[in-house]
Design a protein around this ligand. Sequence first.
Ligand SMILES: *Cc1c(COP(=O)(O)O)cnc(C)c1O
Length: 470
Amino acid sequence: MRYISTRGGMPPQSFSAILLGGLAPDGGLVMPEVCPRLTQADLERLAPLPYAELAFEVIRLFVDDIPEADLKALVAKTYTAEVFGSADITPIKTLAPNLHLQQLSNGPTLAFKDMAMQLLGNLFEYVLARDDKEINIVGATSGDTGSAAEYAMRGKKGVNVFMLSPAGKMSPFQRAQMFSLQDANIHNIAVKSMFDACQDMVKAINNDAAFKQDYKIGAVNSINWGRVVAQICYYFKGYFAVAKTVGEPVDFCVPSGNFGNICAGHMARQMGLPIRRLIVATNENDVLDEFFSSGGYHPRGLDRTFETSSPSMDITKASNLERFVFDLLGRDAGKLSLLWKGIDAGIGFDLSADDFAKMREVYGFRSSRSTHQDRLDNIRSVFETYGVEIDPHTADGYKAAIEHRDANVAMVILETALPAKFEDTMLEAIGQKPQRPASLQNLEDLPQRFDVLEADVAALKAYLVERIKA
Ligand SMILES: *Cc1c(COP(=O)(O)O)cnc(C)c1O
């Protein structure tokens, strides 16, 4: 499998070459040249496999330059009961007939990002050692990406992590999780602005080709293709866990921000997994709900980005959407580049009526938005009805799932974080603090290590130069 850019300006590259990069050199996102297709017989063969074997069978279709035995060992070492808490890796909790939660948050940082990031840590270490290279990961996080990346990369040889986060905007738990890491290869940078400003700074670094090359800059934020590939696997696992026969349709509902998680669902569907609907759940930052319900994609500025109680979804410019729109437009890079010119000019774009219909009818997308009150109501209602605590992001997913639910079709809601990460909202919703794994009992009391920067690209460059040269 080789990789091309959504903007059409990159000669095909191997998996390892794009794994260590961020944006394609032409500013687009990388996509597989063709999407692998599985037959009914393939699906039946995969259905009974345990997680790591299933993941290997999916991932190998996207990797062209790592020997299969090595890849298999890397995947097996990643998805273990020791790291993810159970042999199932992503256990299903059934709430009601045809209504399921797929638990993706039992990794080291208690959010679904670990599912991809733990694999990336092992892939990076392997490829860097093989090619005798080093990489400096510069990323932006609104909470969960950063900690997942840092826990996956800490102590890994050849890797430094520089993680930007919006100062004061993460939950105390999220902050403590990241800032308490004392590993020498981990650098936390609190930026005096919102998440999107952090993301823009990372983009600016990546758009400076000379700087990127001189300082060996790479990325693990949600545009990284390796993450999407790793995420595709749990759609297969969830599908096989709830489908009574291989071939029947299943709906997935996904709490969404940067569109990375649900983009993997789109890929799984393109590969032939019988997903009927992909439901995009947003919070008050509803730019994606607007797109999927009207066909108008109009990313918003910082002045129109709200701080909400599902903070990992406080995103008003969804980077991975470009991957889906590329497919929607029949992989026409020229057409896509034109639309994204509209975005760079700050006006966004509106789909044609045909493309809008195709998005819903051919690709199966639906969407919803929720508010803080909805989250409180749904956390309480799920707790009272099923005795299950869900976190605020998963509550956004629950609301969307209920709105779009068809009683005859299995619905899988992706649980994207554990409630323990969001104590204040849980307390407000159900009057009690969520349980916390014993190992994280006194997390907030640990000494924290971080630096503060203005939302200024020059300041970030100076920071990196100082530390990478030294
Ligand atoms: C990152 C994150 C999301 C959003 O996922 P995207 O891939 O950015 O759409 C939702 N919930 C939680 C808890 C997250 O950490």
